[in-house]
Design a protein around this ligand. Structure first.
Ligand code: SF4
Length: 328
């Protein structure tokens, strides 16, 4: 409120935390404001938005909405903007409020699915369990999905989530190389990957195991380790992403030093385009030791595999990738 008053009355705003603005054509960014307690937020006033405009489909779910149950993640992966954006912590919304939103979306908007797009879905077991139990009690005709880290869930958590309607979980595993995991501060134990994924698939939850290729100075050996781990995953879907370091991320700062020719996008629009490009077909740079063309082929291979519905790879996919690389 103070901000609006100062702006309205044309007063000095230089000390107001959390503001960024142009002054005399120059970008000014005031000190960062402490993240807010989400449980103090009022209910969403849905009358301001048209839910129909935000519908998507996912797997066999035809009317899916994105919603947050919590925000932020306590991890500090160097390629991710989470640490800067959410100040390295997870904050949960009030479960009552989340349930009011879910019920509204199902009963008033005909949703049959929710994707909890929390960076890390309710890492606190007590909160997650409470939400799952409330979803079970509400008995809504609804399925949902979320994003998790390895090592957060145990097998009982997975079973409860399934009972509450969870049908998809994305695990960001990122690399098959323990050295790389350490370097990018992912702080996960790769030896848990198979077990965590197995629990979910056994319970009936489709797992998307997500990996990143194209890390700075990534060697062919590391790339092979990632592909080998991906191939050994009992996950329904393997997602192979090409690295796009997020704005203000620690990795982007390292890249600027190590690769002075790397052009950092200077607007949000250019960033969005870059993310879309690296996720599809254009790699506008190559700061990996593995050729850009090869990264693209690997990326396309897994994309094709997902779309074709052939979720298991029994052969040496690296050999096939090599062959594609030569023949394309
Ligand atoms: S990549 Fe995932 S686990 Fe790592 S900081 Fe970002 S949200 Fe957290």
């Amino acid at each position: 409120m103070e901000k609006f008053e100062k702006l309205e009355n044309n007063q000095d705003i230089s000390g107001l935390e959390g503001l960024a603005y142009l002054k005399d054509g120059k970008f000014v960014c005031n000190p960062i404001r402490k993240v807010a307690d989400l449980t103090t937020f009022p209910d969403m006033d849905w009358s301001f938005i048209e839910p129909e405009r935000y519908l998507s489909s996912f797997f066999n779910c035809t009317r899916m909405f994105y919603l947050h149950a919590s925000k932020g993640c306590p991890a500090a992966c160097t390629f991710c903007s989470n640490k800067q954006f959410h100040q390295g912590c997870n904050r949960c919304r009030s479960i009552d409020q989340v349930m009011r939103d879910v019920t509204f979306l199902v009963k008033e908007c005909g949703a049959n699915g929710i994707y909890f797009s929390d960076e890390l879905f309710c890492p606190r077991r007590d909160v997650r369990t409470d939400l799952c139990n409330r979803l079970i009690e509400a008995d809504l005709d609804l399925v949902w999905g979320c994003q998790m880290r390895l090592g957060v869930l145990n097998e009982d958590d997975v079973k409860l989530m399934y009972k509450a309607g969870c049908r998809w979980i994305l695990f960001g595993i990122e690399s098959g190389s323990p050295e790389r995991i350490k370097k990018v501060k992912k702080s996960i134990d790769l030896s848990l990957a198979k077990r965590n994924v197995e629990w979910c698939e056994k319970a009936g939850i489709t797992v998307q195991a997500s990996f990143i290729i194209g890390f700075p100075h990534e060697s062919e050996k590391e790339l092979r380790m990632t592909l080998d781990l991906a191939k050994s995953m009992p996950a329904s879907l393997i997602v192979m992403n090409i690295l796009t370091p997020m704005p203000n991320s620690e990795m982007l700062e390292e890249i600027k030093v190590d690769f002075p020719d790397y052009k950092v996008p200077d607007t949000i629009e250019k960033y969005t385009r870059k993310i879309e490009q690296t996720a599809t077909d254009i790699v506008p740079y190559n700061f990996s030791d593995v050729p850009t063309k090869e990264l693209r082929v690997i990326h396309f291979y897994y994309q094709w595999k997902d779309f074709s519905g052939k979720h298991s790879v029994n052969h040496d996919s690296y050999g096939i990738i090599k062959k594609w690389h030569v023949t394309r």
